[in-house]
Design a protein around this ligand. Structure first.
Ligand SMILES: C[S@@+](CC[C@H](N)C(=O)[O-])C[C@H]1O[C@@H](n2cnc3c(N)ncnc32)[C@H](O)[C@@H]1O
Length: 115
């Protein structure tokens, strides 16, 4: 493994890579079947979103670029789209805004929506 794409899948088991990914000479791609299970769309976190509630959010290494007010706004918007019991994953150096009560901490950077 030596490409940035290899780095992205380095913690996935050989079985997981063979089952859920395809590889060409330059990069790994998520295979067809898991792609059909996921809806992909763009969303500005600083704007209210629309659509069905989601069960998991990977918001890694995004909040660190926001000031406190924007961080609070973004987390409110994300929380508003999440089902009760849904999971939120932040990046290694990220935290929720102080006093934000919609989530309970499960592990560092992993939260579950409770409200
Ligand atoms: C450092 S990258 C992290 C990408 C990825 N989550 C990861 O961990 O590799 C920061 C990401 O935040 C996104 N971003 C910045 N401002 C945003 C906004 N207002 N709404 C949605 N995404 C935003 C950028 O497009 C970029 O993809």
């Amino acid at each position: 493994m030596g490409t940035p794409s290899d780095y992205a899948v380095q913690k996935i088991t050989d079985y997981g890579r063979s089952r859920w990914f395809t590889r060409d000479e330059r990069s790994w791609r998520v295979a067809q079947i898991p792609r059909t299970l996921v809806n992909f769309h763009t969303h500005n976190l600083l704007e209210t979103g629309h659509g069905p509630e989601v069960d998991v959010v990977f918001l890694r290494n995004v909040l660190i670029y926001f000031d406190d007010a924007s961080k609070l706004q973004a987390v409110r918007h994300v929380a508003g789209r999440m089902a009760r019991g849904a999971w939120l994953f932040l990046g290694g150096s990220e935290t929720l805004p102080p006093g934000f009560g919609d989530f309970r901490p499960i592990r560092p950077q992993i939260f579950q929506k409770v409200a």
